[in-house]
Ligand binder design. Structure first.
Ligand code: ZN
Ligand code: ZN
Ligand code: ZN
Length: 375
């Protein structure tokens, strides 16, 4: 079911992580289950109160790679090519202290970088077991790798984009006046799975005034003719790579001319941001391209959030397309372009595509119409 990542690719990722860690003055990476561990070992495991972690020494630090795992969970790692990757498996039983086990294996590190998503209980357990070591976050190290997608990752994100486009293409089946947001959302969640995702990670149906809350989810509000409805949906494929796409629909009737004009400003802003993307342009310049058009249209104060976020094994990851981020875009970076306009108490609209930076510009991975569609 799950196409696995080639061993050679995983080995290269582990090698690069050790290299970047050394460059950043980190001695040891401690990576608990989550997107970072999925990236390094292709393991879909999840974190809980029993400690599971990958110990990866930086180049030059004397600690061989090891996976610390509860004995009862070791069988779950049988499919991961740990031996081929040179990662030793160290199991522990419920009566053992796993943090002391880590400190025995750690090689006396001065700086330990822990996964950003590591549960606080593990962070503090490690701090007590390694009192001489300074703790930092591993996310910055791993983001250097994860934000530059290889061809196989882009291919996964492209099929995720096509899958969520198929759900938007079916929107007339679900979104009708007289139905509640919750009923529409339940149908959409089912379609997200039917079209190839393993689950619906999020379903936003923001109708009428609820559309003005960017991260509104679902409510019992009954959708009325003439409402604008923000539909922001996505989920992971079996590979772990995510889709995330927003379209705003008018339901039952054309909205007022003033709303249509504002929507047109938004559409132009989204287009301008997309067209600004090419290698060497900074993340903040892409944000400014969208924001400039929304400002000029008179809605600057109504564009409440950054223009976009990176996407991959996490729905939100580096690079963030936000004012103040001087990061220069490179081919293989993937992120959302999703300006919005939100009029509190009245209506909201957002248009969101995932894009990949190419050698010459950018490619959209979502391709449903961006004009205001009336259902
Ligand atoms: Zn969002
Ligand atoms: Zn998004
Ligand atoms: Zn979204």
């Amino acid at each position: 079911m799950c196409m696995s990542v080639a061993v050679g690719l995983l080995a290269a990722r582990l090698g690069r992580a050790a290299e970047v860690a050394a460059r950043r003055g980190v001695d040891l990476l401690v990576v608990t289950p989550g997107a970072d561990l999925r990236y390094l070992l292709d393991s879909p495991s999840s974190s809980h109160e029993r400690l599971t972690c990958l110990l990866l020494g930086a180049d030059g630090h004397n600690a061989p790679p090891a996976l610390v795992v509860p004995t009862l969970e070791a069988p779950g790692w049988a499919d991961i090519p740990l031996e081929a990757l040179g990662v030793e498996v160290i199991t522990w039983n419920d009566e053992d202290d796993p943090y002391l086990l880590v400190s025995d294996l750690a090689g006396g590190p001065r700086r330990v970088a822990v996964a950003d998503s590591m549960p606080a209980a593990h962070v503090l357990g490690l701090r007590d077991a390694l009192p001489e070591a300074v703790q930092t976050l591993a996310g910055g190290v791993l983001a250097q790798l994860r934000m530059r997608k290889d061809a196989s990752e882009v291919a996964e994100l492209r099929s995720a984009g096509a899958a969520i486009d198929r759900v938007h293409a079916r929107m007339a089946e679900f979104l009708r006046p007289g139905r509640t947001e919750a009923a529409v959302g339940a149908d959409i969640a089912e379609a997200i799975v039917a079209e190839g995702h393993t689950s619906a990670a999020f379903v936003i149906v923001g109708s009428g005034p609820n559309g003005a809350s960017p991260h509104h989810k679902l409510s019992d509000r009954v959708i009325a003719p003439g409402d604008l409805v923000v539909i922001d949906i996505g989920g992971p494929l079996a590979s772990g790579y995510h889709s995330d796409c927003t379209r705003t629909y008018a339901v039952g009737a054309q909205p007022a001319a003033s709303v249509r004009d504002a929507y047109e400003v938004l559409r132009e802003a989204q287009e301008a941001a997309f067209r600004s993307i090419t290698p060497g342009v900074t993340a903040e310049e892409v944000d400014a391209a969208a924001r400039g058009i929304v400002d000029k249209g008179g809605f600057g104060a109504r564009f409440l959030h950054r223009t976009g976020h990176g996407i991959g094994l996490d729905v939100h990851e580096d690079p963030y397309i936000v004012g103040g981020n001087p990061l220069r875009l490179e081919p293989g970076m993937t992120f959302s372009v999703e300006p919005g306009i939100y009029l509190e108490g009245d209506w909201g609209a957002r248009i969101e595509d995932i894009v990949v930076v190419t050698d010459a510009g950018a490619e959209r991975l979502n391709n449903r119409p961006r004009e205001l569609v009336v259902l």
